[in-house]
Ligand binder design. Structure first.
Ligand SMILES: NC(=O)C[C@H](N)C(=O)O
Length: 325
């Protein structure tokens, strides 16, 4: 009807800590999360804030990820988009856990900053505003949780932190799925990929113990037996396409818990192609599960969630094999 204005879009901003909330601590001991950033320059939007915790992201656990998923589910009916501010160190893990746990239709966008509010190159406000625009954009729906940093929009499955200090700290093969740029107050959002259907999971708990072992030249299995005894499942950041020294083969064959083989190489899938002792084909024959293209820490979260849902080793292998994530 002429003269009737559309209701203001409703955005929820959930602050969880990280450098985007950090400042030098008064006791001179270094940066600590203190004050969450405020959202600049977004006209005509109703914003609600939440702060379930205020942590440096190395203190974030799967339990916090579950808490965030529950909060976002609660907000989903009354909001059009959600932004989560988060420390960058484990941001990709929270993004992927939410990707696996959330089946809400509204966009959920994670962001953070690499510089704190008292530095000249403070990147918090721009990242926060970009994330807000992306979260309220209709093309962002149906893509699962997204990560927005430095104007790049990433898929939670592939995004990874690639630099410890640079402002453009995020990447990951095959790169961003979209881009946000601002022209004055107008946001221009472009996607280079179409939304894809994805599986989500409803674990009874997030308390399964999954440990990661990191392979290296000359590893003869140090630490493997201890980890296999105390954990519910293992992930190995293996070599290349998912290969290990020969000594690991009998250890994996003797393990009845799920052992997922990821790669310490920064891009590409795990493929069981090599037939020498410890080669990927022999590890799979011994019962190991290839992680597809998930990095070790994301494969760990998927395994932890599948264990929390009570899946058997065979069912878990099928999820990884069919890329059901
Ligand atoms: N840039 C950052 O946010 C790093 C910080 N250590 C964190 O992850 O909490």
């Amino acid at each position: 009807m002429p003269g009737m204005s559309l209701p203001a879009p409703r955005l929820a901003v959930i602050h969880t800590g990280g450098t985007i909330a950090s400042r030098p601590s008064p006791d001179g001991r270094g940066l600590t999360p203190q004050q969450p950033p405020s959202l600049p320059g977004l006209e005509g939007v109703t914003v609600t804030d939440a702060q379930p915790f205020n942590l440096p992201s190395p203190h974030v656990t799967p339990a916090h990820m579950g808490q965030l998923a529950a909060l976002i589910r609660d907000l989903a009916d009354t909001h059009d988009g959600v932004v989560v501010t988060h420390g960058t160190d484990t941001l990709e893990e929270t993004a992927f856990a939410l990707h696996l746990l959330l089946d809400v239709p509204l966009p959920v966008v994670l962001t953070g900053s690499m510089r704190h509010a008292e530095e000249v190159s403070w990147d918090g406000p721009a990242n926060l505003l970009d994330a807000a625009h992306v979260a309220l954009h209709s093309s962002s729906r149906g893509r699962g949780p997204l990560v927005v940093i430095g104007g790049d929009i990433f898929d939670a499955r592939t995004v990874t932190k690639i630099h410890t200090t640079a402002v453009d700290a995020f990447g990951g093969y095959p790169g961003p799925i979209g881009r946000i740029d601002r022209e004055g107050t107008r946001a221009r959002v472009h996607y280079f990929a179409v939304p894809e259907p994805r599986a989500t999971y409803h674990p009874a708990h997030l308390g399964a113990k999954v440990e990661i072992l990191y392979a290296y030249a000359g590893w003869t299995g140090e630490g493997y037996a201890e980890a296999a005894a105390r954990a519910d499942g293992l992930v190995i950041a293996a070599l290349g396409t998912g290969n290990l020294p020969a000594e690991l083969l009998p250890l994996i064959r003797a393990t009845d818990k799920p052992v997922v083989i990821a790669t310490r190489t920064h891009a590409g899938p795990v493929l069981p192609v090599y037939g020498y002792a410890g080669g990927g084909a022999t590890l799979v024959e011994a019962g190991a599960i290839p992680a597809s293209f998930l990095n070790a820490h994301k494969a760990r979260l998927l395994l932890l969630i599948l264990l929390g849902q009570g899946l058997s080793r065979e069912q878990i292998a099928a999820v990884f094999d069919r890329d059901e994530f």
